[in-house]
Design a binder for this molecule. Structure first.
Ligand code: FES
Length: 126
């Protein structure tokens, strides 16, 4: 039911934690299940140089968090904003249909973290 890649990111999640003095923080809850994900990012010269997460959620949500924080590193803010939940799920080798809602958290928490960064910089909402 789950790909090997997804199981790897679930059992050995990358980028767990919180960045001290983060440039942007985004938190998103999933109304379907009540799970919550928080992503913090570091931004230098318009690029995301680091990203970490804390997720209170299911295995798929943890794998999504791990993958999305890997995917954004080195990306410009616009490139990061273009990451969709479908892209994250595809990178994980797909999610079962009943778990697709879990990938919402990753893309949405990331978007909020970028909006938070832009707000702090006075650049307006994303
Ligand atoms: Fe809540 Fe997966 S069941 S995010």
């Amino acid at each position: 039911m789950y790909s090997e890649k997804l199981m790897d990111h679930f059992t050995n999640p990358r980028n767990v934690g919180e960045i001290p003095n983060a440039d942007g923080i985004g938190e998103e809850g999933n109304p379907t299940c009540g799970d919550v994900m928080k992503i913090s990012i570091k931004v230098e010269d318009g690029r995301i140089t680091d990203a970490k997460f804390r997720t209170f959620g299911c295995g798929a949500a943890i794998a999504v968090s791990s993958m999305v924080t890997e995917m954004v590193k080195g990306k410009t803010l616009d490139e990061a904003l273009a990451i969709t939940k479908e892209a994250v799920a595809a990178e994980l080798g797909g999610l079962p249909p009943q778990k697709m809602h879990c990938s919402n958290l990753g893309a949405d928490a990331l978007r909020r973290a970028i909006e938070d960064y832009k707000g702090r910089k006075g650049a307006g909402p994303a």
